[in-house]
Design a protein around this ligand. Structure first.
Ligand SMILES: Nc1ncnc2c1ncn2[C@@H]1O[C@H](COP(=O)(O)OP(=O)(O)OP(=O)(O)O)[C@@H](O)[C@H]1O
Ligand SMILES: [Mg+2]
Length: 274
């Protein structure tokens, strides 16, 4: 459903969009492991593959996906029929890979997807979206639906330039949407250590403060790690392995930050339990 002002339907559970300006910086790795960590620690998340033309959430988790978002968008089934179960009680809404037609949605299909997600989200207590790289119309549209936007970058100059470009594009979008796009949070991947992550986060934040009057916070970081790259090759997310590794520790900190970004969901959950 498209509202009169052209905005897309809001989800009924807190929605975190994992995105980034540059390809290959670790967006899917972060989205998959974050969603699993939230599920492992008691949340009921839905992980949605929003990299519609070149989806690979299912590949990173070795999931069998009888139906995908493509089927729901074509009207062959309902969105809920595409959802598959993953470890720790995580649910995944997969997309298709190599479907050029889905790489850029027309406004009608984008609105149908937004409306389908809004309806489906009522069954979960948070939604994590894994987006494509860049500043395409779909990524920007999903950001207008999001309660939190997590921009993944590496310390490399090209990745940082693209991260800034994305934050700038979101800022411009916010102005045309009456301020309704959150200031992104940052995740610095492939770091040598926490010092590098904090330094890179401070530099990017300073540029955003100077030129955009926005102050994106460092939500977390991940080390460059062989265990992480192996987990991608073996299709077994690293949070399912040792909890004592540095990358698992970093992921737990990120999940704690994300929980704090979703206060209303925790409060309503506590209310239900109490
Ligand atoms: N912390 C890390 N340490 C080592 N390798 C990593 C790390 N994070 C990601 N990688 C590697 O980087 C590659 C790209 O990761 P991923 O697919 O998550 O990126 P992406 O941003 O989602 O890419 P795309 O833009 O194509 O969707 C993977 O092969 C993975 O092995
Ligand atoms: Mg990806």
């Amino acid at each position: 459903m498209i509202a009169h002002d052209g905005t897309l339907a809001r989800l009924r559970a807190p929605f975190l969009l994992v995105t980034g300006g540059k390809g290959g910086v670790g967006k899917t790795t972060v989205a998959v492991n974050l969603a699993l960590e939230l599920a492992r620690t008691g949340k009921r998340p839905l992980l949605v593959d929003l990299d519609l033309g070149l989806a690979n959430v299912d590949v990173l988790m070795r999931l069998t996906t009888p139906r995908t978002l493509e089927d729901a968008l074509s009207g062959a089934c309902r969105f809920e029929d595409c959802v598959v179960a993953a470890p720790h009680g995580l649910f995944v809404l997969p997309a298709s890979s190599g479907v050029a037609d889905l790489a850029a949605l027309d406004p009608e299909r984008r609105a149908r997807l937004a409306s389908g997600l809004a309806e489906l989200s009522a069954r979960y207590d948070c939604v994590i979206g894994d987006s494509a790289a860049g500043i395409g119309a779909d990524v920007l549209a999903f950001a207008t639906q999001a309660d939190c936007v997590l921009v993944v970058t590496t310390p490399e100059p090209a990745a940082l330039t693209d991260a800034y470009g994305l934050i700038k594009a979101l800022d411009e979008l916010a102005r045309t949407h009456g301020g309704d796009v959150p200031t992104p949070e940052l995740l610095i991947n492939l770091c040598d250590g926490v010092d590098q992550a904090e330094l890179v986060g401070r530099k990017l934040r300073a540029v955003c403060e100077r030129f955009l009057a926005r102050s994106p916070r460092l939500a977390g970081w991940l080390p460059r790690s062989r265990a992480v790259s192996e987990s991608v090759s073996t299709q077994r997310p690293f949070v399912l392995g040792s909890q004592r590794s540095l990358e698992s520790h970093c992921l737990r900190s990120l999940a704690e930050r994300v929980r704090r970004l979703f206060p209303s969901a925790d409060a309503s959950l506590a209310g239900l339990k109490g």
